[in-house]
Design a binder for this molecule. Structure first.
Ligand code: SF4
Ligand code: SF4
Length: 288
């Protein structure tokens, strides 16, 4: 027993000394955390989707307090939380335009031409870098392997008949799917924009027609009929300026290949007079 006493005393003494040193070091070198950081973190949803541009919710809370990040960058949290974060930081709350993810492709399995039997990994990012680049002959459209589905923390994306589809009710516009898609087929658009070009193929019409029946052929009819010049051609691909578009839907109606989508609910248009009747009326003499 006496033989054990000495080592036990030495070990106990060492424990006391090192414990004291650790307590001293933790007090001396402790990093002061601004309490506002924890307050902001508690307001964030904890989805850690990265949509704010920072590594997770902790990173964003830190950036708000220490790096001047704007209080409205968390799309998942929404405008009310943005206002609360602004109040914690003591800055003015800015309203962000509500956005939603949109898939610029309608190339379902029936609408696109397949040019190979793809036997590789079913992951868009991996398929994009191997020869063949997936089964579709359109190398600009959705590959349909659902990498976007796997990164969406809100269950807002699914693959329907070979094409990604976003549920606007579930989408919080975090942008994770936008960042992950190797084809850049998904984009964030203002929620109020109801008319969109659903194609990402920039090639000329005849080449697009060879691979997809609903791809934009660059005919420019949309640009001709748009009453406010919101629809234009960017090379051979139509584009719509959301700031100018008034959602009249004329371009979608007139597009010969239906490459433009109109997500407004169906509406009843006022009855148009028959062309002949209108002509007859205008040719009748006006009585005094
Ligand atoms: S949208 Fe992009 S990430 Fe999603 S399935 Fe299509 S190619 Fe893949
Ligand atoms: S669909 Fe995209 S933008 Fe919308 S919540 Fe999911 S990952 Fe985020």
């Amino acid at each position: 027993m006496e033989g054990m006493l000495y080592p036990m005393l030495v070990m106990g003494g060492l424990g006391v000394v090192f414990g004291g040193l650790l307590a001293f070091a933790s007090e001396k070198f402790k990093v002061e955390v601004d309490p506002r950081q924890s307050e902001i973190r508690a307001k964030l949803p904890g989805a850690n989707c990265g949509g704010c541009g920072f590594p997770g919710c902790d990173g964003y809370a830190d950036a708000c307090v220490n790096a001047g990040a704007k209080p409205n960058l968390c799309a998942a949290a929404g405008p009310e939380v943005a206002a609360e974060i602004a109040a914690i930081l003591g800055v003015a709350a800015e309203e962000a335009e509500p956005m939603v993810a949109y898939v610029k492709c309608q190339g379902t399995t029936q609408k696109t031409v397949k040019d190979c039997v793809y036997m590789g990994v079913h992951d868009c990012r991996e398929a994009a870098v191997v020869p063949g680049k997936g089964p579709s002959a359109c190398t600009f459209g959705c590959m349909g392997f659902g990498t976007c589905v796997s990164v969406c923390a809100f269950g807002a994306v699914k693959i329907a008949d070979g094409v990604a589809k976003v549920d606007p009710e579930k989408c919080v516009a975090c942008g994770a799917c936008v960042n992950e898609c190797p084809r850049s087929v998904i984009t964030l658009v203002p929620r109020k924009s109801k008319v969109q070009v659903a194609c990402s193929n920039p090639l000329k019409g005849p080449l697009v027609k060879q691979v997809c029946s609903v791809g934009c052929i660059g005919c420019g009819i949309c640009a001709k009929v748009c009453p406010v010049k919101a629809a234009t051609l960017n090379g051979a691909l139509a584009q719509i300026d959301p700031a100018t578009c008034i959602n009249c839907g004329l371009c979608a109606t007139k597009c010969p290949v239906k490459a433009i989508t109109d997500s407004r609910p169906p509406r009843v248009l006022p009855p148009m007079p028959p062309v002949n009747a209108a002509e007859e009326k205008s040719s009748q003499p006006v009585s005094a």
